[in-house]
Design a protein around this ligand. Structure first.
Ligand SMILES: C[S@@+](CC[C@H](N)C(=O)[O-])C[C@H]1O[C@@H](n2cnc3c(N)ncnc32)[C@H](O)[C@@H]1O
Length: 294
């Protein structure tokens, strides 16, 4: 990463604003909701069988919107079962918003929430130091493996927490998405070496294939309107550019030559297509589902 630039994740407020804008400009949560409604019930069918309570864990849950939709589906599938839901999320602001969402929903009395304001790695230490032996029935890591140092080791630790019939669900951008192309070209210039950042579903599948781990996978086509990124001085475009590059104030802090090359890449047909005068970035995601033993 060039020394004039800082990582977006160093500024929690700006990260939150750019992520919210990304959600508004993309079909990210819509495609996840479609997956939750259509595919998830079958995936969850086996996990609560014969149990009075199931243990769920969300890693990098954010504001909990997607988590609560999954928990509602789990409840529909197993109405007599109570749920203990561990939330592992380092951002105090996001945990606060998650708790507000829970407080606004009066129908969640079947769920006990355990809040862990920690990174995935801190939670792993906490788990090991306390010698916890409990097993999880359902763990999900949605769009968060970019922020850990070693995604494969993280997947492997959380997989080891699964019960016999437990499922680990991972959602990441697809290697064929615009993100894959952008990072493939600008990894050295943009990525923060302290975290993995540059990781796609293709990397995790390669690890699983190499280690003979069985998994199911589902493609989630998704789009992001990045038109405003190409209007110099547009505040919305600048905020979105921060999210795309993960660089704080990319427009003002990136060397001009790098900025021009990144903007060219974002417009390139490998990353985006033009529809009715708008520039639509390929934000395709992939879901991977793995069991305890692979
Ligand atoms: C792109 S957001 C995704 C939020 C949510 N899962 C969703 O899909 O809406 C990434 C989340 O990972 C969290 N995060 C960042 N670093 C993390 C880490 N090291 N361990 C766990 N979560 C982390 C962020 O605070 C943020 O809530």
């Amino acid at each position: 990463m060039s020394c004039s630039m800082r990582s977006l994740s160093e500024d929690e407020d700006r990260y939150m604003k750019s992520f919210q804008l990304f959600l508004e400009c993309s079909s990210e949560h819509q495609c996840m909701q479609d997956f939750i409604h259509i595919m998830l019930p079958d995936i969850l069918a086996s996990i609560g069988t014969g149990k009075a309570n199931v243990n769920v864990m969300g890693v990098g849950s954010g504001t909990g919107k997607i988590d609560l939709e999954m928990l509602a589906k789990l409840h529909l599938k197993h109405p007599a079962v109570t749920i203990t839901n561990q939330v592992v999320e380092p951002s105090a602001q996001q945990i606060h918003m998650y708790k507000v969402l829970v407080s606004q929903n009066p129908n969640l009395d079947f769920i006990k929430f355990i809040w862990n304001k920690m990174t995935a790695a801190e939670f792993e230490n906490h788990w090991n130091q306390n010698n916890f032996k409990e097993k999880m029935d359902f763990i999900h890591m949605i769009q968060m493996l970019y922020y850990v140092k070693d995604p494969v080791a993280t997947v492997s630790f959380y997989q080891s927490l699964l019960n016999e019939n437990g499922k680990l669900l991972i959602i990441l951008v697809s290697g064929k998405s615009g993100w894959g192309k952008l990072w493939g070209n600008f990894r050295v210039q943009l990525c923060n070496p302290e975290i993995s950042q540059y990781v796609t579903s293709g990397d995790i599948k390669a690890y699983m294939d190499d280690n003979a781990v069985n998994y199911q996978n589902f493609q989630l086509p998704s789009q992001l309107d990045i038109t405003e990124c190409f209007t110099e001085g547009d505040k919305k475009g600048e905020l979105l550019l921060d999210f795309l590059t993960e660089v704080l104030d990319f427009s003002s802090s990136a060397p001009p030559e790098l900025k021009a090359r990144v903007l060219d890449m974002l417009r390139h047909p490998d990353c985006s297509k033009e529809v009715d005068g708008r520039v639509i970035f390929n934000n395709s995601l992939e879901v991977l589902v793995v069991g305890r033993g692979g």
